[in-house]
Every structure is written in structure tokens, then in C-alpha cells.
Design a protein around this ligand. Structure first.
Ligand SMILES: [Fe+2]
Length: 407
């Protein structure tokens, strides 16, 4: 018997390759902010806190106390972020940071504050004007890997849902009124503080809507065709946390355990979508959001109901696998198990007061076709377990507008 290693055999087909760009360091728990600030060390140089006025009124004293405990630290505050932020806030915050000589950023708030801070970081660290971020020089900076010399972005989420604290995307409304997606691993927060107490003041509606968004991030990342095993593991675990956490946080909004679970579930789902993206539910949601005065979750729920039920007719397996792994159903019939999971997600929407049918969506066949064209531009739509051609998507939109009509 010999311990010699055999010569490497010639293989005919290699399995698909991949890689993981791990997210930044995260700290969770009662003193997460304090530990995150300590971990930032000298990179926390004259930080600019990017936040919105309502959030700052609620959590500002806690954050200021933590900042005040860092020896020798001075900081500035920009509290001009608004929901659905525009480039105007990015320019204002970037100007403030430069004018005051800030060398790092702390985003305090929900997806809006963190998204603004991400784009400000690109301007600050890249020495770029906002307009340049869509031009070759800016795009090259955004596409390059992060370096230790880049300015630090520390995210302190006060909502649980968007996953912006752990994702590489920032959604900002441009000067043309359209929403632009800035995607860059370089602007993903290098440090995240998940302190559940900072989400205690979140009112019931954003709590429900954010939680439902997180559930669909986790589910979309799990069922889609992206093969990243790391993303899949995180997506399934995020689902395992989010499904019970959402009803818990709605029934016990003062429970720190429920808030902590929802926060961690949303964070993990954000990491998963950063690795795997989502599915056609989000892909078909974005074009509709631009024409409806509804929140993200209010568009997601009816789109989910139609798209997921269409998908499982031929591709029930990933949904059924999740239902079985989570102990929700195991009848031996993939479609039945998949439908049990879909019904559970629809029930969660109902629990959060989110309708699963559009009350007033009127679409002509032509308009549905235009929406389908836009939906196909999403990087997530082609990853849907059941492939969707333009004609399929057009039919699904019409079904959303006219429930009961078969696609
Ligand atoms: Fe979402």
C-alpha cells in the first residue's frame, strides 16, 4: 500500500466555477454599534453621519452617545435624506462631506439613507462628481475591487427589509426622474452594526412591508437558477429566520428577540441577493413600481402571487424543497408542497395588511408588452426557475390586471 498521490486524471467536464465576495464585517446584539465603532479604528476619520430627520430624532441620542464614547472623535451630521432619495441629496451630502473635511461615512436609517451614503462614498473615495458615476471614469471606479485606502462606510440600519446594509446596490432617482441602480462591491458597507434596539421605534406598516420584502429576497434567492452554493445556504437560512420572525415582530413589536430575528433575517437575505440576485418576482415588480403609487411591498405581493403560482406549475421543485426543509409540508407531491409555501407567504402578506391582488391596475395589451420589455432588462428575470419569454411576461401582467384570466 502506498500513500503516493495519484497523477491528476484528465477530466472531460469541469463543474461550473464561481466565487464569493464576502460582505463587510458585521456586529450584532445589544452593543453592536459600540463594537462596530471600535472595529472601525483609525478608518473612522471625521465621519459624516448620513440620515433622515425622523430617524435622527428617534435614534440620534443613542448614536451620538456611542460616537461620544470614541476617544478624540469628532463628527458631522447630514440629515437631509428623504424616502425615494434623489441625486439632489447625494450632491448635498457629498458637498457637506467635502466642505467639512469628512473622511468616512456612517449611514443611519433604512435603505434610503444607506443608498445615499453608498453613492456619496463613491464620490468621496473616488474623487468623483455625481455626474461622473454614469460615465466611463466613474463606472471604472465602481467596478474596481475595494481597497483598504477607500473611505469607510459603516451602516447602522434602523429598518429590517431592504438588505441595503449588506447588498452592493443603491437605488437613487436621477435628474431625469428615473430610478438608477448603482451596483458596486466597492460601496457595500465595510462594517455593519445590527443593533436591534435601534429598530424598536419602527411603526407597524414599515415593519410589515420591510419584513415581507426580506421574505421575498430570501425566497427569490433560494428558488432562482443562480448556482452559488453560499448564496443558496444563506437564502434558505434567511427564509428559516424570516418566516417566523415576521409574525412575531408584528404581534410583539416591543420584543427585542423578534426585532433581532427580523433584523438578522433581512441582513442575511441581503447578503444572499448580493451573491445570487433574486427571481422574476422582483424583476416584474420594478417596472410596475414606476407607474403605481404603491410601496415596494404593495407591488411585490400581487406580483408574487401570480408569478410564483405560474412558475410552480412546471418548476415546483425549489419551492417544494424549501417547504420540506422548513418543515412546512412533505406530502410527496412537489406541486402541493410548493403551493403550501406560496400560501404561507401570501398569508404573511395578509397578516401585514398587504393585499395580494391589485385593486386598481388597468393595462392594455400594448402597455403589458412595454412592461414585459422592461422586466426582461432586470438581471433577476432570466434567473426565474421557469423561463419566461416576453409573451409569458406580458400575459402575467395582464393576469395581474385582470385576476381570473389564465396566462
Ligand atoms: Fe425588494
Amino acid at each position: 500500500m502506498t500513500d503516493e498521490i495519484n497523477p491528476l486524471p484528465q477530466t472531460t467536464a469541469a463543474p461550473p466555477g464561481g466565487g464569493v465576495a464576502w460582505p463587510g464585517h458585521s456586529h450584532w446584539g445589544a452593543d453592536a454599534l459600540e463594537r462596530a465603532l471600535r472595529a472601525a479604528g483609525p478608518r473612522l476619520r471625521q465621519p459624516l453621519v448620513v440620515t433622515d430627520p425622523l430617524v435622527w430624532r428617534a435614534v440620534g441620542p443613542t448614536v451620538q452617545a456611542a460616537l461620544g464614547a470614541v476617544p478624540g472623535l469628532s463628527w458631522q451630521v447630514y440629515d437631509g435624506v428623504v424616502p425615494n432619495p434623489t441625486l439632489a441629496q447625494v450632491r448635498e451630502a457629498l458637498h457637506t462631506a467635502r466642505h467639512l473635511g469628512c473622511g468616512s461615512l456612517i449611514a443611519v436609517g433604512g435603505g434610503s439613507a444607506i443608498d445615499v451614503a453608498k453613492v456619496v462614498l463613491a464620490g468621496l473615495a473616488g474623487g468623483l462628481e455625481v455626474e461622473e458615476l454614469q460615465a466611463p471614469r466613474g463606472l471604472a471606479w465602481l467596478a474596481a475591487p475595494a481597497t483598504p485606502q477607500d473611505a469607510l462606510l459603516l451602516a447602522v440600519p434602523t429598518t429590517s427589509g431592504t438588505g441595503s446594509e449588506s447588498s452592493s446596490a443603491a437605488l437613487i432617482q436621477g435628474d431625469d426622474g428615473r430610478k438608477h441602480l448603482y451596483r458596486s462591491l466597492r460601496t457595500r458597507p465595510a462594517i455593519v452594526a445590527l443593533q436591534p434596539s435601534l429598530t424598536l421605534g419602527l411603526p407597524p406598516r414599515p415593519t410589515a412591508h420591510g419584513g415581507f420584502d426580506a421574505v421575498l429576497h430570501a425566497l427569490g434567492s433560494w428558488v432562482n437558477t443562480d448556482p452559488s452554493p453560499v448564496g443558496k445556504a444563506l437564502a434558505l437560512h434567511a427564509l428559516r429566520i424570516c418566516l417566523p420572525a415576521l409574525p412575531a415582530v408584528l404581534s410583539q413589536p416591543d420584543s427585542l428577540q423578534a426585532r433581532a430575528d427580523m433584523q438578522m433575517g433581512a441582513y442575511l437575505a441581503g447578503v444572499a441577493i448580493g451573491l445570487n440576485k433574486v427571481d422574476a418576482v422582483h424583476g416584474l415588480c420594478t417596472p410596475l413600481e414606476a407607474r403605481m403609487h404603491l410601496t415596494h411591498a404593495e407591488v411585490l405581493a400581487p406580483v408574487f402571487s401570480v408569478v410564483a403560482r405560474h412558475t410552480v406549475q412546471t418548476h415546483a421543485r425549489p419551492y417544494a424543497d424549501a417547504a420540506r426543509a422548513l418543515g412546512m409540508a412533505n406530502t410527496g407531491d412537489a406541486l402541493r408542497d410548493a403551493l403550501a409555501l406560496i400560501e404561507a407567504v401570501e398569508a404573511l402578506a395578509g397578516l401585514g395588511g398587504i393585499a395580494t391582488r391589485f385593486a386598481d391596475l388597468r393595462l392594455s395589451a400594448h402597455e403589458a408588452g412595454e412592461l414585459a420589455t422592461q422586466a426582461l432588462q432586470s438581471a433577476s428575470t432570466p434567473l426565474n426557475p421557469r423561463p419566461l419569454a416576453h409573451e409569458d411576461i406580458r400575459s402575467l401582467y395582464l393576469q395581474m390586471a385582470h385576476p381570473g384570466v389564465s396566462p
